[in-house]
Design a binder for this molecule. Structure first.
Ligand code: ZN
Length: 130
């Protein structure tokens, strides 16, 4: 199983990206707006993993709420799965609490779901199927 990416909540993605570019000047970056238009997502392509920079565009955004509660920082770790529905069914059998019981459309046309941080030592785990 691969870790697909790490999501980081930031107030200003431009400022955040400039800092990563100081470490890695040739960093490849792609940006998209989430389907519900409440956040800007920038993908920073490192050799072995992507970092997903998440900037809220609206006050209702989950990322805005996260920053208000916890400040900027790591928001989630995303694990790549082949069959998300199968994995969801299995985790439900294992009594793991999911935030979405049905796969949701994610960035890059992926399907995603989140597992409750209470079951993972305070870490929000995303499952993603490419
Ligand atoms: Zn993610």
């Amino acid at each position: 199983m691969k870790i697909d990416h790490i999501g980081i909540a930031v107030k200003d993605s431009k400022v955040a990206i400039e800092k990563y570019k100081k470490i890695y000047p040739n960093l490849e970056i792609k940006t998209e707006i989430s389907k519900n238009e409440d956040m800007k997502i920038s993908f920073l392509k490192f050799d072995n993993i992507e970092i997903e920079i998440l900037e809220p565009l609206k006050e209702e955004s989950v990322i805005h709420k996260f920053i208000q509660k916890h400040g900027e920082g790591i928001h989630h770790i995303s694990l790549q799965v082949d069959n998300i529905q199968e994995k969801i069914n299995h985790l439900q059998d294992e009594k793991i609490k999911l935030i979405n019981n049905n796969p949701q459309p994610g960035s890059h046309d992926s399907l995603i779901t989140f597992l409750h941080p209470k079951d993972f030592n305070g870490v929000l785990i995303e499952l993603c199927q490419k």
